[in-house]
Design a binder for this molecule. Structure first.
Ligand code: AMP
Ligand code: GLY
Length: 427
């Protein structure tokens, strides 16, 4: 089989490396891929969001199966465009991708089908939104841009003034482009966050091992929100009892709701959950694998990834077992200095071979310079993952391996997994 992976982050590297294990795979392209994927994939310098160009590439190169890993091409309808020319692809079609692409769609779905989530109001008129915030909204309050905003369109506001300012920036000043012209204003949920990815073919759902992201830039959950600075799996707060309740109250109802709405979801559905005192609630859905969650979840997958992916596309997931190792994984992200704000790139990366002796290194923002040297090329540069029999060992190994890799301005958190370990201590 000839496969194309659309995207170029650590998530895509983790997906590609597991797909490469399938003996039927003869070739993997990555568009655009990254410096690490280049060692076993052919990189094609195409933009992941260029649906027409990528579709034409697939037709011209007789690609057998496409994995669309990134949210924006999914929301732009890449899977639909490929289906039109008879090429199967992993990921939801455009209608189903709305579960991430429009927060208003997701909130209405949850309201209609009684899926637990934060209470909310939606607005497309600034004055109405402002009045709501001024007169009724409790604080803290969460203001969210309706559309995709690179994970940045969520503002947690401590005061009504802050909330009004957030609305002004989103709705009047287009800080997040058109994404923010419609907004969701929602109740602030308190609790612990859990990420759970699940394969679904639109009817059957197979949850993967749970994980915990570390979204803030700095140790102790300080600093700005990022795409994620590290992950552990499994998430010890997500007990079997909570998992059972989540499956019953959230996951299966979501799959059924999408089916009932005429847009069954096929692919990887990401449940961003808050474990509140009233039970698990949805913070957000994503229509794709999470990053860096994928970098701890897929190393623990025992089943063949491509087989499972094809079963989700073909609607045969009920006959396809999905098994995970009874081990733990930790991923520490190395980022460019200044991320998630301004950063500079092009710095040589050292110590990779030494670190790779004990860890899986997933590349995100890296590339080969003209002299062949591997250099930094993005905000998140590398993910360093270790798998071990216990979480404690995985955390210690990933941290030690990450320390061995250096580049100018390297930024990493040294407390990835600590909160999870404290939970284990209590258990
Ligand atoms: P999102 O982009 O939807 O993942 O939101 C980013 C982060 O904002 C989440 O991971 C949460 O930490 C936080 N967040 C979003 N919505 C809420 C909420 N209703 N209550 C508390 N925190 C939230
Ligand atoms: N790590 C969060 C996400 O992928 O959206």
């Amino acid at each position: 089989m000839k496969i194309l992976i659309v995207g170029g982050g650590g998530r895509e590297h983790a997906i590609a490396s597991r797909i490469a294990e399938n003996p039927d795979v003869e070739k993997i392209w990555a568009a655009p891929g990254n410096g690490g994927m280049a060692s076993f994939c052919e990189l094609v310098p195409l933009k992941a969001t260029d649906v027409q160009v990528i579709t034409a590439f697939c037709r011209d190169h007789a690609v057998d199966y496409v994995v669309v890993a990134q949210d924006d091409p999914l929301c732009l309808g890449m899977v639909d465009a490929l289906a039109e020319i008879g090429i199967p692809a992993f990921g939801p079609d455009r209608a189903a991708a709305r579960i991430e692409g429009s927060k208003i769609f997701a909130k209405q779905l949850m309201r209609k089908y009684g899926i637990p989530t934060a209470r909310c109001e939606t607005f497309d008129d600034f004055e109405a939104a402002r009045r709501y915030v001024r007169e009724t909204a409790p604080c803290p309050i969460v203001v969210k841009a309706d559309g995709l905003a690179l994970g940045k369109g969520v503002l947690i506001c401590q005061t009504r003034d802050e909330a009004e300012e957030a609305l002004r920036q989103m709705m009047l000043e287009s800080k997040f482009g058109a994404s923010g012209h419609r907004v969701v204003i929602e109740e602030f949920l308190e609790g612990l966050e859990v990420s759970v990815l699940a394969f679904t073919d639109g009817k059957t759902l197979r949850p993967m091992v749970s994980s915990m992201d570390h979204k803030r830039a700095l140790d102790g959950d300080q600093g700005l929100n990022t795409g994620g600075m590290g992950t552990v799996a499994p998430n010890p707060f997500y007990t079997p009892e909570i998992a059972e309740r989540t499956l019953r109250e959230i996951m299966l109802p979501t799959v059924a709701a999408m089916q009932a709405e005429g847009c069954p979801f096929k692919g990887c559905l990401y449940f961003g959950l808050m474990l509140t005192k009233d039970g698990p609630k949805v913070i957000e859905y994503n229509c794709r694998f999470g990053d860096p969650e994928t970098q701890v979840v897929l190393p623990l997958l025992k089943s063949d990834l491509l087989t499972v992916m094809k079963a989700t596309t073909e609607g045969t997931l009920d006959r396809c077992p999905v098994e995970f190792a009874d081990e733990a994984a930790c991923c520490v992200v190395l980022a460019s200095g200044g991320y998630p704000l301004k950063y500079t790139t092009g710095y040589p990366i050292h110590g990779l071979e030494e670190a790779a002796k004990d860890a899986r290194i997933y590349h995100a923002g890296t590339k080969r310079a003209e002299n062949g040297e591997l250099v930094t090329a993005g905000g998140r540069v590398l993910g360093v993952t270790c798998v071990a029999p216990t979480l404690r060992e995985a955390v210690a190994k990933a941290r030690a391996a990450a320390e061995k890799i250096t580049f100018e301005g390297r930024q990493m958190r040294r407390d990835i997994g600590q909160r999870a370990l404290s939970a284990e201590g209590q258990a």
